[in-house]
Design a protein around this ligand. Structure first.
Ligand SMILES: C[S@@+](CC[C@H](N)C(=O)[O-])C[C@H]1O[C@@H](n2cnc3c(N)ncnc32)[C@H](O)[C@@H]1O
Length: 147
């Protein structure tokens, strides 16, 4: 079980660094990050393969590179197998992104997976790629990129 403070901590991180009014929350699970960002004034759509649980804007499907770009920022919190596609989607659509990686999609352990995502973003041509740590327990590293 992850630190329950992660939703508010990541929402504050996002609002402090990205002026984006419309946000895609990919692999957002129940929609708790959506709720936290909505309370901070952002318009958020959560994508998850699992059924909707909270009263938030929600698309119950797998997020892919083919999703139409109707946002100004794409984010993922412990987004597991969707983390790579968030970076690739942001690159394809020239959007900023912020992810808090958790499990990898290729068998890598945590630290190499984070380094791999930073390298992927750099290869994809993001002008700025940064890492930050949220003030939470467990997997707290944010990888963020600006086109
Ligand atoms: C570890 S959970 C994290 C959920 C939530 N963000 C949180 O922090 O509690 C990972 C979620 O990713 C979703 N997921 C994985 N790949 C996905 C994809 N390509 N598109 C949409 N959802 C995906 C799963 O259904 C699961 O709900």
């Amino acid at each position: 079980m992850g630190d329950k403070r992660r939703f508010d901590a990541f929402a504050r991180f996002i609002v402090e660094r990205f002026p984006a009014p419309r946000i895609y929350d990919v692999a957002g699970g129940m929609g708790k990050l959506n709720l936290a960002l909505t309370q901070l004034g952002r318009s958020v759509v959560t994508f998850d393969r699992k059924p909707k649980k909270l009263d938030v804007k929600f698309e119950e499907r797998r997020f892919t590179l083919e999703e139409p770009a109707g946002c100004d920022l794409v984010v993922g919190l412990h987004s597991d197998g969707a983390t790579r596609v968030i970076v690739e989607y942001a690159a394809k659509n020239k959007l900023p992104f912020a992810v808090v990686p958790c499990c990898s999609d290729n068998g890598m352990s945590y630290k190499p997976w984070v380094r791999h995502l930073v390298a992927l973003a750099q290869e994809k041509g993001f002008a700025r790629v940064e890492e930050h740590d949220l003030a939470i327990e467990g997997r707290a590293r944010v990888v963020a990129g600006w086109p």
